[in-house]
Design a protein around this ligand. Structure first.
Ligand SMILES: Cc1cc2nc3c(=O)[nH]c(=O)nc-3n(C[C@H](O)[C@H](O)[C@H](O)COP(=O)(O)O)c2cc1C
Length: 271
């Protein structure tokens, strides 16, 4: 929580199902990311299945974030994710419940939301959450129905102006310059990025595209963590997207083993 009081904009790696696991979080932290989220964890699966725990909850030092932003149909149908932005009292009860379970007042409990068409409802939700002791709120500046529409940074600004706790802005931030612009536009205390970091994990350190050093770091960290091949390979496809030709992608994207990937990187980049 002290992170938000340094006077600097806090740079955050977003929760990403299948992607924001410990190895990737370790990589982005090496490149100026201050705070990282695990992928969303469905609490019922987490309690029921050791496999789900081992797969999703690889962590070191963390807080808890209540996901009120996932717009996927299955989550909405089950009453999870963005469905919760319409249940401010339930959010308040859940935050209170988490707070009551944990003695350490410095342990962070945050929420991540999308906005309503009627922004007054979002402000009401945020103020209720703040009153319950939420540490900060991340706002993806789109409604539940919106997918590729422009992000409503003006809405994030209004939310920021209505709150005392830190606000993290999220949506369509692809470069460090975008991050700075959104910080200025919204006044947000932090900036959260998902796809921009998949494409360039060194983005927060000011790189325009993934430097080779970062690819080498990913290989080292992923192998050290025993990252499954599919995850290892998918991250490389994302981070090399902008620096490989169509022809190179045709070869690289169909490689099917760690040793084939390592040989490719050695042959093409001398790694
Ligand atoms: C591959 C992927 C997985 C995601 N998984 C989650 C998730 O588990 N929980 C969540 O709240 N949002 C999830 N999101 C949404 C992001 O956290 C973020 O809010 C959204 O992508 C907008 O940020 P961006 O424009 O920087 O990508 C995911 C996004 C991507 C691209």
């Amino acid at each position: 929580m002290d992170l938000f009081h340094s006077g600097q904009v806090v740079k955050v790696c977003a929760p990403m199902v299948r992607y924001s696991k410990l190895a990737f979080r370790t990589l982005v932290r090496k490149y100026s990311c201050d705070l990282c989220y695990t992928p969303m964890i469905v609490a019922a699966d987490f309690v029921r299945s050791a496999k789900a725990r081992d797969s999703e909850f690889t962590t070191n030092k963390d807080g808890i974030d209540l996901n009120c932003g996932c717009p996927q149909r299955w989550a909405m149908a089950e009453g999870y994710g963005a469905c919760l932005i319409n249940k401010p009292e339930l959010v308040r009860d859940m935050v209170r419940h988490v707070r009551n379970q944990i003695d350490n007042p410095r342990f962070s409990v945050s929420i991540k939301i999308r906005i309503h068409e009627d922004l007054k409802r979002t402000v009401d939700l945020c103020q209720k959450a703040e009153a319950t002791g939420v540490s900060w709120i991340t706002v993806h500046g789109r409604s539940v129905e919106e997918r590729h529409q422009p992000v409503h940074y003006d809405a994030i600004k209004i939310i920021k102006q209505s709150m005392s706790i830190p606000i993290v802005a999220n949506g369509d931030i692809k470069t460090l310059e975008d991050a700075e612009n959104v910080h200025h536009l919204t006044g947000a205390d932090g900036i959260m990025v998902a796809r921009g970091l998949l494409a360039n994990p060194a983005m927060f350190a000011g790189y325009e595209e993934t430097p080779l050093r970062c690819i080498q770091d990913w290989v080292d960290i992923a192998l050290e963590h025993g990252t499954p091949f599919t995850c290892f390979h998918h991250h490389l496809m994302y981070m090399m997207e902008r620096i490989t030709s169509k022809q190179e992608k045709k070869v690289f994207n169909v490689l099917s083993s760690t040793s084939a990937v390592l040989d490719y990187l050695n042959d093409h980049y001398g790694m």
